[in-house]
Design a protein around this ligand. Structure first.
Ligand code: MN
Ligand code: MN
Ligand code: ZN
Length: 279
């Protein structure tokens, strides 16, 4: 089973591998840079080398690693300069992943900010297509969202329609977030619910396009659109649902990444350990 969590790159990017190993992760996710700003510090050759060497030394396949886009870019934005900055940031991240040998870059689809879904999706598809021109083997993964107001991509049917517009196909895949799906109204509480939800996902998006799974329990109720992740098994999805998801995804050898909170109840060491036990 390929499982792990989002880890920090604090210090230098190769430290991410140390953090992953400490947490007994066989898969992990990083931000390649500070996620809260627009500017990224350039990657240093020495750090890239160390990152790759550490993966090798610890037998972590690069296909079990992924990066997540920073927070500020909005690929559906109606604001011209904001949109341009967002697309440039996506292009930059695709390039950074390429240098690091990270094959998957997870991105949110953004917000149309009240200008309507169709207009937002048009801008989104244009930006994604532009970023796909970067010549490396990095795949951009569209992540299903929690369905907050004006957001794009929480509905599987819509996600599928967006996905089908993207070319070249080999540059795109999908990341499924369990918390986001649940708060968007896709039930995952029982084994039957999980099967049903992934059947719907397969119908519209295609399981073959699923490259990364974000395993998060949900603080909010089914369909509440609240993007708050919770500890594995302790949220409103609960233990039975989490077990069913892990089993289904582990069988397909798709990396499972936790993005759970760190608080007094549990930390990430603990959540990774519990997720493994549930399997
Ligand atoms: Mn995300
Ligand atoms: Mn996620
Ligand atoms: Zn989230």
């Amino acid at each position: 089973m390929l499982i792990g969590c989002h880890v920090s790159i604090s210090g230098s990017i190769d430290k991410a591998v140390n953090n992953a190993i400490e947490r007994k992760c066989s898969a992990f996710q990083i931000f390649t840079r500070n996620p809260r700003g627009w500017k990224a510090k350039e990657l240093i050759d020495e750090d890239i080398k160390n990152f790759k060497n550490k993966l090798k030394e610890n037998n972590i396949d690069r296909f079990s690693t992924c990066a997540h886009m920073p927070y500020l870019p909005n690929l559906s934005s109606p604001k011209e300069d904001g949109l341009e900055k967002s697309v440039n940031s996506l292009i930059e991240e695709v390039e950074r992943c390429g240098k690091l040998g990270i094959p998957y870059l997870v991105t949110h689809l953004g917000s149309h900010l009240g200008t309507g879904e169709d207009a937002g999706i048009k801008r989104l598809v244009k930006g994604l297509t532009k970023a796909a021109q970067v010549k490396n083997d990095v795949m951009i993964l569209l992540e299903n969202t929690a369905g907050q107001k004006n957001s794009v991509g929480s509905d599987f049917k819509q996600l599928g329609e967006i996905f089908k517009q993207l070319k070249p196909v080999k540059k795109f895949g999908v990341c499924f977030d369990t918390c986001h799906a649940f708060v968007s109204g896709y039930d995952l509480r029982t084994e039957k619910d999980v099967k049903e939800t992934f059947k719907t996902f397969d119908k519209y998006v295609g399981m073959e396009n699923l490259k990364i799974l974000h395993l998060n329990d949900a603080k909010g109720e089914l369909g509440c659109n609240l993007d708050r992740h919770y500890h594995i098994g302790l949220g409103n999805i609960g233990k039975e649902g989490m077990i069913a998801v892990i089993k289904l995804i582990a069988k397909k050898k798709i990396p499972i990444i936790l993005e759970t909170p760190i608080d007094d109840i549990r930390d990430d060491f603990e959540n990774v350990k519990i997720a493994k036990e549930l399997a």
